[in-house]
Design a binder for this molecule. Sequence first.
Ligand SMILES: [Zn+2]
Length: 309
Amino acid sequence: MKLFAFLMMMALPVMLRATSLPQNEPFPGGVMVIPLPVQGKSIPRVHMDGKRIMAVSHAGEWFAVVGIGLDAIPGENIIEFQSGGAAPQQLKFMLQSKDYGIQSLTIQNPELVNPTPAELRRIEREQLHLDKVVSRWRNTSHPGTAFVWPTQGPETSGFGLRRVLNGEPRSPHSGIDIGAPTGTPLHAPADGVVADVGRYYYCGKTLTIDLGQGLFSVYCHMSKIKVHPGQRVKQGQIVGAIGATGRTTGPNLHWTVRLNGVAVDPHAFLGANAPAPKSTTASAPAAATMTVAPKLATVKAPGAASTGN
Ligand SMILES: [Zn+2]
C-alpha cells in the first residue's frame, strides 16, 4: 500500500513555482490576469465590487488575478487598486462572452432529483456556510496558483455546462468532474491550509483548502477525508479519497475552484498539468457520474450556483 501511494505521487506532474501566473481568460468563469502599474514590495490592495482581489508578483511586476463569475455580464468592468499610501486608482478591463454548451440528462430516481422542504432548508444553511468559508482572506505573498491534477482519472464533465435535468434548467456546472473508482487517492492541488471539512447535501463529504488570497479548492463526494481544519497541506499530499457521498449518480470527484468568492474553471491554474478530457460533450449518457445539480430557483442566497455540483 505504501509503495502504491509512493507510485501515485511519482505519477503526478513536476511541481511548478507557487508564483506562476494562471492563464488569462477574459470571460465569465475565467480568471483575468491584469498588470498593475505599481511598484514596491508590499502586496497592492485590489478590490472589485467591494471584494478583495488577489495580487501576485511575477518577474518583478505586480498583477491582479481576478475570478470572473459565470453570471458576470460581458463588457466593461472596473477594479480598484492601491499601493502603499497612494490614493486608490481605477483600472478598466473588457470581458468577452463564452458559450460553454448545454448538457441534457434524464434521471429516473425522483428522490435524487427533488429535495423535500426540510432538505431545502438544509441546502440553504449549507450554502450560506460554504459561501462564508470561501469569503475568508488569508494573506500570503505566494498563493497556490499552480495546480497539479488531483487524482488518477480523466475529466468526465467540463466546467460551465448549462445543465438540463429531466427537461428543467439547473445551475451551470460550477466545477469539473473527474471519474475514478471509490478509494482512489486525492491529492492537494497546491500548498494551503484546510479551511473546512463537512458532510453536505449535494457535495457529500467535502474538503475545502484555502490556497491563499481568496483562492480555494473544494473537493466533493469524497469517501474519506484524511486532514482536519487548520492543518497545513503540501501540494501533492494525499488528503482523502474519491467516493460517491452526497447527491451523485456514482463515484467521482466534483472539483470546484473559487477565487474572490466565485467559481472559476480549474484549468486556469493547471496549465499543461491536466490530462486530455475523456468526454465533455453535451451528449453524455444518463449513466455518467455527476452531481444532481440544484434547480436554478431552489435557493435565493447569493452564490447559490456555486456550492459545487
Ligand atoms: Zn460536477
